[in-house]
Write a protein that binds this ligand. Structure first.
Ligand SMILES: Nc1ncnc2c1ncn2[C@@H]1O[C@H](COP(=O)(O)OP(=O)(O)O)[C@@H](O)[C@H]1O
Ligand SMILES: [Mg+2]
Length: 255
């Protein structure tokens, strides 16, 4: 499979609070990692460090063996690392096509010249329609404004967008916490489609079923430390929950 990203010795301090405490994390190409932990365990913070939202207080990030310093989410996106927040990646007042193409609009070509001020709407609409159809994402119309879509449809469109942009690692922070069961299944299907295309995914969720449904590996954070990093087939939801709350196997005492 090969390693895509390595985080080594990551610390993130907020004033006196150590939100991330010496975490190492390796992400393989096309690997799906389920990242779990109690509230305030540090999941979002670790993912924000990985996607360029925060610089780490200490520690290094490597992408395909090369050290990277992300000064912004833009830097991370440039090497294919993209984090999706609930809704945040989409512009609510634009339609589906515009959102798919955002930042990558096709200029109209006239007499072989790119006319940057004229966008080739028809081609953009055709392509986004075809693209969503391939991914089996149903929206009534690609002309629909994103704010009129359901939460699950928005989630699906934003995932589709990452594929369109050749992301290599997509980070989803609680993607299924606010959507219906049916829409959750769609999001989980899309994660598996990303994997099939060789894209790695980290899904942060407190829903153990979702994690066990799609992840290859499960990583547990507790109070900023990594306390478990295990292949899914070698563990169970019950064992993971024990790790999350800090119970030793069988012994039942706090670590
Ligand atoms: N921007 C911030 N400033 C100060 N403290 C923060 C900030 N972001 C997160 N924290 C703190 O860091 C800890 C980890 O938070 P977070 O990463 O959001 O946890 P999780 O996503 O696992 O619920 C919490 O104690 C939280 O209050
Ligand atoms: Mg969080």
């Amino acid at each position: 499979m090969g390693t895509l990203v390595e985080m080594k010795g990551i610390y993130k301090l907020f004033g006196g609070l150590c939100a991330i405490n010496n975490v190492d994390l390796t992400i393989g190409k096309g690997e799906v990692i389920g990242l779990v932990g109690d509230n305030a365990a540090g999941k979002s913070t670790l993912m924000k460090v990985l996607s360029g939202v925060y610089p780490p207080t200490e520690g290094d990030i490597f992408v395909e063996g090369q050290q990277k310093i992300f000064k912004s989410p833009h830097d991370a996106r440039n090497v294919g690392v993209v984090m999706l927040f609930q809704d945040l990646a989409l512009v609510q007042d634009l339609d589906v096509t515009d959102n798919i193409f955002l930042g990558k609009e096709l200029p109209k070509r006239i007499f072989g010249q790119d006319m940057r001020f004229l966008l080739d709407r028809r081609t953009m609409d055709e392509r986004s329609e075809k693209f969503l159809r391939e991914l089996e994402i149903n929206v009534d119309s690609i002309k629909e404004k994103v704010k009129n879509l359901s939460g699950g449809q928005r989630q699906s469109v934003s995932i589709a967008r990452t594929i369109f942009f050749n992301a290599r690692l997509v980070i989803l922070d609680e993607p299924t916490s606010a959507i219906s069961v049916k829409e959750t299944q769609k999001v989980l299907d899309l994660i598996l489609q990303l994997k099939k295309k060789g894209v790695a995914v980290i899904i942060v969720s407190h829903r153990m079923e979702d994690i066990f449904n799609v992840a290859d590996r499960v990583v547990v954070l507790r109070r900023g430390k990594k306390v478990e990093d295990i292949e899914k087939c070698k563990t169970t939801p019950e064992l993971i929950i024990k790790r999350i709350i800090g119970l030793n196997d069988g012994a039942g005492c706090n670590q």
